[in-house]
Design a protein around this ligand. Structure first.
Ligand code: G3P
Length: 215
């Protein structure tokens, strides 16, 4: 399973990259705002800065909601850097834009996926990735993992190459469940990735080994 980091924070991206397990980055307008990145020029420069840190796909989201606007924005984003994947919302014009980009060889990530039907439609349109938001489903008392499982079955039934990019991952158990169900990618906060390192028996065992090594 590929690990992406879900942030626009350059220090966190670098920390994950330095760990040696990072396969890509996802961003969205909320994550860019959280880092205080404002103005078109600064936003575009920030995407390029991210691409320089990570060896892998970097999702950059359009903010237009009409077909022409998404095409205009997406083409400009795709021209920024070969690692850029254009992130498109799951709306009617978004599906048209994904189809347009897929015919032009521009890679896309269809975001805000909350149902298997939405994922199927995005795959049919040729999306490179679909992003089911599992944490936000959990927030409304719906098991986000059932969505991952359903999409995996559907994509495998028909051989869709669209990758399942589990998003809105909140904690390490989400990552483990995604891996068990065959999600292609989990995009996670740095804290969830680092939490995979921890086990009290590892700490206890290491302390014992180091103590015994002194004997
Ligand atoms: O990848 C989508 C993600 O940024 C949303 O996460 O925690 O705001 O639901 P969250």
């Amino acid at each position: 399973m590929k690990f992406f980091i879900d942030t626009a924070n350059l220090a966190q991206i670098k920390e994950a990259q330095d760990l040696g397990v990072l396969d890509g980055v996802t961003t969205n307008p909320s994550l860019m705002a959280k880092e205080g990145i404002k103005g078109q020029d600064n936003i575009l420069k920030h995407y390029v800065d991210i691409c320089k840190i990570v060896d892998g796909d970097v999702s950059a989201e359009v903010i237009s909601t009409d077909f022409e606007g998404m095409v205009r924005e997406g083409e400009a984003l795709a021209e920024l850097h070969p690692q850029i994947v254009v992130k498109i919302p799951m709306i009617k014009d978004g599906i048209k834009a994904i189809k347009y980009f897929s015919e032009k060889g521009i890679r896309t990530n269809c975001t805000l996926i909350f149902s298997a039907g939405q994922a199927l439609l995005a795959a049919k349109a040729g999306a490179t990735y679909v992003s089911p938001f599992i944490g936000r489903l959990d927030d409304v008392s719906t098991d986000g993992m059932i969505l991952i499982e359903d999409i995996r079955i559907i994509f495998d039934n028909y051989g869709y190459e669209t990758q399942i990019l589990a998003a809105s991952v909140r904690h390490p158990i989400h990552i483990i469940q995604c891996a068990k169900l065959g999600a292609d990618v989990a995009t996670c906060p740095l804290s969830a990735i680092l939490a995979l390192l921890n086990h009290p028996l590892t700490d206890k065992g290491l302390a014992q080994f180091l103590a015994d090594a002194k004997k």
